[in-house]
Design a protein around this ligand. Structure first.
Ligand SMILES: CC(C)(COP(=O)(O)OP(=O)(O)OC[C@H]1O[C@@H](n2cnc3c(N)ncnc32)[C@H](O)[C@@H]1OP(=O)(O)O)[C@@H](O)C(=O)NCCC(=O)NCCS
Length: 168
């Protein structure tokens, strides 16, 4: 029987190109047809290899899922941007390559990100997700999140509702 290693660890500068590729394919899959094409492509192109190399040294913590040497996904986390909410931590982003979704990796990555925030001293955490992003919505609900806040996000001339899930 073959054993496949799965590791959750901080992303390294030399992995910037692989992380940029995860970001590109996952965002195009998740938001294609939801966010208008032009702003979506602009957002994806802005996060090139150079952007991600800087992100590995930036103020947000960047975790990657390494499956037998392939970067299958990433999560970024840090202090919550919504200062009016009591939860101190935030998972800013959690994205997997399409071919690695639905097999439990998101649950593992989310659990590690949550533990890391707690070990950094953050009490509670929030995650923001587009209301129309059905799969993500179900994922955060399934992970025990409570829908506590709402907001709007503008993408070109399209306005989409976002929902804040909280864990205390
Ligand atoms: C959202 C995401 C991180 C979840 O990770 P995942 O590895 O696919 O999810 P898991 O396999 O760990 O599944 C955990 C739970 O999520 C839900 N889930 C998983 N796949 C699902 C699907 N295809 N449809 C609906 N719910 C699903 C289930 O509740 C599942 O629990 P179960 O196994 O008891 O049924 C991942 O699918 C992803 O990267 N999606 C695209 C990007 C995205 O939307 N990110 C969030 C932005 S806010």
């Amino acid at each position: 029987m073959k054993t496949v290693s799965i590791e959750i660890r901080p992303g390294e500068p030399q992995e910037a190109s692989a992380i940029a590729d995860v970001h590109r394919v996952s965002w195009l899959q998740t938001y294609g047809g939801l966010i208008p094409h032009r702003p979506l492509v602009q957002m994806v192109n802005r996060r090139d290899e150079t952007w991600w190399r800087k992100a590995t040294r930036g103020p947000a913590t960047l975790l990657v899922v390494d499956v037998a040497g392939t970067i299958a996904g990433y999560a970024t986390l840090g202090l919550s941007r919504a200062k009016a909410l009591p939860q101190e931590g935030e998972i800013y982003e959690i994205y997997l390559r399409p071919e690695y979704q639905g097999i439990g990796l998101g649950r593992i990555l989310f659990g590690e990100a949550k533990s890391l925030l707690r070990s950094l001293g953050c009490r509670g955490l929030v995650v923001w997700c587009l209301e129309d992003s059905e799969h993500a919505y179900q994922f955060f609900q399934g992970a025990g999140g409570t829908d506590i806040a709402e907001g709007m996000e503008d993408f070109g001339d399209k306005h989409l509702k976002k929902v804040g899930f909280a864990w205390n």
